[in-house]
Write a protein that binds this ligand. Structure first.
Ligand code: PLP
Length: 393
């Protein structure tokens, strides 16, 4: 059935949910990136290989006929390894049998978390600029996003900023630390402040910690580890970013027994399980020592510094990220609106970035901001920097 047939029919109609969900602007940026032959610093994925040991482990698992559905909740040994990592790196003690669920990426984790706690009309606080999926994910469950705008360069949170949102009534808050697109790393004090509000007003927290190990300054603190927060926090994390396997679709959630039981019921009927052979490989990923994480963060830091200097020299006033692999810049020197600025950069400098509109309140008229991804080979970054140096604002 074609889209035209659906539109012209008086009896057939798409759901409001489907019509309200707009196509990702990141994909649009990638389209005109190809059209102009630009270098793609828009999409948030590495253009380099995953660790050899992981690739080998996945191939071995398929060769060993691990090709059928895995345990719905996740391979037992993997859940045990995740629980050990939580204890070692986050100071979190959980039961892998009842509190850890392996799912199809942090994306599924976020969706099953929202489906488990949000009813239509429930308000959910997010911090703007935010990861673009939060809006469509909330739309799917009928949740209403409350967008608290943070200001560069610190993107800091204060009690005065939080109070009105909590007074209005919230069901949950989504915290992303380290954050996409700003690189903000929530401090322990900020998380403690938010925890106080969540406790006082009876609010859940979903923490998206997918960039946990891509950290340059500060410490990564998981909300789940703060006193009294384990009962009301759902941790969403995964393997995509840390192990350079965004296409493997491997993530996990960590929550109380009751919340986990709810999420597992939904997960089972949504995807049944995460890819079985790749879960075997993820087990190998979690056996990597400290060196792996230290080297990865050092490599990304070098790339960050390289791109940051180039963007600064261009006059785009970049904000130095403390974590994740994106740099947020001003876009006003390129054009009045971010959309136009991104288009101009792709067309004239032949470098694609994502317009800030993608991470902002969809109703906002004028957005100032561009997001550049530096999870790229040094040669890709060098080529992009050379193109930008040729371009005069
Ligand atoms: N959360 C954030 C903040 C992200 O930036 C991304 C991907 O860009 C995801 C979640 C998606 O993670 P996954 O690949 O595990 O679904």
């Amino acid at each position: 059935m074609s889209a035209t047939a659906i539109n012209s029919s008086t009896t057939l109609s798409l759901s409001q949910r489907a019509t309200q969900t707009k196509e990702s602007q990141i994909r649009e940026a990638s389209r005109y990136c190809a059209q102009f032959g630009a270098i793609n610093l828009a999409q948030g994925l590495p253009d380099f290989a995953a660790p050899e040991a992981l690739k080998q482990a996945a191939q071995d698992a398929i060769a060993a006929d691990i090709n059928q559905y895995a345990d719905t909740w996740g391979l037992e040994a993997l859940r045990v390894a995740i629980a050990a990592k939580l204890q070692r790196d986050n100071g979190i003690a959980v039961d892998p049998d009842t509190q850890v669920t392996v799912c199809c990426g942090a994306t599924e984790g976020l969706n099953i978390a929202l489906m488990s706690i949000i009813d239509p009309g429930d308000r959910v606080l997010i911090f703007e600029p935010f990861y673009e999926n939060y809006i469509p994910n909330l739309a799917t469950v009928g949740g209403i996003p409350e967008m608290l705008v943070l200001q560069p360069p610190q993107w800091e949170i204060t009690a005065e900023m939080l109070e009105p949102y909590f007074q209005k009534g919230l069901k949950a808050v989504i915290v992303n630390t380290p954050a996409n697109p700003t690189g903000k790393v929530w401090t322990r004090a900020e998380l403690e402040l938010l925890a106080t509000f969540c406790d006082r007003y009876g609010v859940y927290v979903i923490t998206d910690e997918i960039y946990e190990y891509i950290l340059y300054e500060g410490e990564h603190v998981s909300m789940f580890s703060l006193p009294g927060m384990a009962e009301r926090t759902i941790v969403v994390n995964g393997f995509s970013k840390t192990f350079c396997v965004t296409g493997w679709r491997l993530g996990y959630t960590v929550a109380s027994e009751a919340l986990t039981a709810a999420m597992r019921r939904i997960h089972d009927f949504l995807t049944i399980c995460a890819p079985a052979p790749l879960q075997q490989a993820a087990l190998v990923a979690l056996s990597f020592g400290r060196d792996y994480y230290i080297q990865m963060a050092a490599d990304y830091k070098r790339k960050r510094d390289l791109l940051y200097s180039a963007l600064e020299a261009m006059g785009l006033s970049p904000v130095l990220p403390r974590g994740a692999y994106y740099i947020w810049t001003d876009s006003s020197a390129l054009a009045e609106d971010a959309d136009r600025a991104a288009f101009r950069l792709a067309q004239e400098a032949k470098v694609a970035a994502v317009p800030g509109n993608c991470f902002s309140n969809p109703k906002r008229q004028h957005v100032n901001g561009l997001r550049f991804c530096f999870a790229k080979k040094d040669s890709t970054l060098a080529a992009a920097i050379a193109q930008m140096q040729k371009f005069r604002l």
